[in-house]
Design a protein around this ligand. Structure first.
Ligand SMILES: *Cc1c(COP(=O)(O)O)cnc(C)c1O
Length: 401
């Protein structure tokens, strides 16, 4: 036992794996020919970006796909493409990351926050109550937790609410067999370093709606070269929108697409590796006194690239005690209850540009919400050790309290 209590973890919670060799080779080929701009093509050449769009559309089963400069830019393009205008109200999750309310604010629109449940998904009763207040829901599958999508779509369809999905944490996930991002009118993904594929920065947008897709392409800055796309609507659709749609720029380049295509081919295998790590941590944490594991529904095929647990009803001091004790033993926990935003971790009260009345249920949940990344550079043994440390330190603080 003494051995267990003294162990210290030496890994780095923000270290990604190196990119696959095939990505390095593809990147060198692009650098050697120098045609980095997506529309800079030789006769007969498709280009890495157009090929990535075609492959990602096939991966999720969408008709249309657009690669963008970031996940946040994909969300901004999607909101504009579905018609959000300055002054509009847009429903969104109270529990999400800053680029989500930020994309709404960038349009001069106003977020209407919907509460989070203990399962860490959007509260569908609160959504039903607020659905009449807006024409669009920007739904964030925050930390990879997917709500009952059939019920969500019923609520939104009944209230005539267009659904834009933020799938930054659900690329490769499914709900009842349907790929995440395929319920709403349009979905956005991120290929930023901390997501499921890594191009430093980058994003993808998918839709089956030809008008939304054409507008997104035009908005992204296609310079009337949209016929060079392989996963875009036909020229007749563009003809309806080409003179009406501003160029706000947000394209992906061939270098980033080149390193993403080999990663997309490996994504299903990577998801299995993430989930194996997730299950090791989850199993070890389950049954820890004072700690609540977030049970995942059977319909949800998630990607366990991070794990969350709840310290329900704990005081801020006790939570901070756990964080400090775990950190001394090399385990970095993030807390969504902090008074100040830290790194990527913030909550709705921190977004003062989007003033809102307090959300009592969300406050109670976020006050005890712990979050931890599970990079693929961690082995299964590392994950076991991390979870043992958390279990011991949560137990120690809980018993003392
Ligand atoms: C990362 C992220 C985004 C946006 O992605 P960027 O590529 O960083 O702009 C959107 N939503 C959530 C929940 C995210 O985590």
């Amino acid at each position: 036992m003494t051995e267990v209590y003294s162990e210290k973890f030496g890994g780095n919670f923000t270290q990604q794996e190196p990119l696959p060799e095939a990505a390095l080779e593809a990147a060198m080929a692009v650098l050697r020919h120098g045609r980095l701009h997506r529309y800079n093509l030789t006769p007969g050449e498709a280009g890495e970006v157009a090929l990535l769009e075609q492959e990602f559309a096939a991966f999720v089963g969408a008709k249309f796909c657009l690669a963008t400069s970031s996940g946040g830019s994909a969300i901004g393009l999607a909101l504009r493409a579905v018609g959000v205008k300055p002054g509009d109200r847009v429903l969104t999750n109270a529990f999400t990351l800053a680029p989500v309310p930020g994309a709404i604010a960038a349009l001069g629109a106003e977020p209407v926050f919907v509460e989070v449940t203990e399962d860490l998904v959007i509260d569908l009763d609160d959504l039903a109550a607020k659905a009449g207040e807006a024409g669009v829901l920007l739904l964030s599958h925050m930390r990879g937790h997917i709500c009952d999508m059939e019920r969500l779509m019923q609520i939104c369809d009944a209230a005539n609410v267009t659904v834009v999905e933020d799938c930054a944490h659900t690329m490769g996930a499914r709900w009842n067999g349907v790929p995440s991002g395929r319920h709403g009118a349009v979905a956005c993904y991120s290929t930023q370093t901390y997501k499921h594929m890594n191009s430093g920065e980058g994003g993808l947008l998918v839709s089956d709606d030809e008008d939304i897709a054409a507008k997104a392409v035009l908005l992204s800055g296609s310079y009337m070269l949209y016929e060079r796309h392989l996963a875009a609507p036909s020229p007749e659709v563009f003809a309806r929108h080409r003179m009406e749609t501003p160029n706000i720029s947000g394209r992906m380049d061939n270098l980033r697409a080149a390193i993403l295509r080999p990663q997309l081919a490996e994504l299903p295998r990577q998801i299995e590796r993430w989930n194996a790590r997730y299950r090791v941590v989850e199993e070890e944490l389950r049954g820890t006194p004072g700690l609540t594991v977030v049970e995942r529904p059977e319909a949800e095929h998630f990607v366990g690239s991070s794990i969350q647990f709840l310290l329900k009803g704990w005081s801020a001091e006790a939570v901070q005690g756990v964080i400090a004790r775990c950190l001394r033993r090399g385990v970095e926990l993030k807390w969504f209850g902090g008074a100040d935003p830290v790194g990527f971790t913030s909550r709705y009260q921190h977004w003062r540009y989007a003033k809102t009345a307090p959300l009592a249920r969300s406050d109670a949940i976020l006050a005890g919400l712990m979050d931890m990344r599970l990079p693929l550079t961690f082995s299964l043994e590392d994950c076991g050790q991390i979870a043992r440390i958390i279990r011991a330190e949560v137990g120690a603080v809980y018993q003392a309290g």
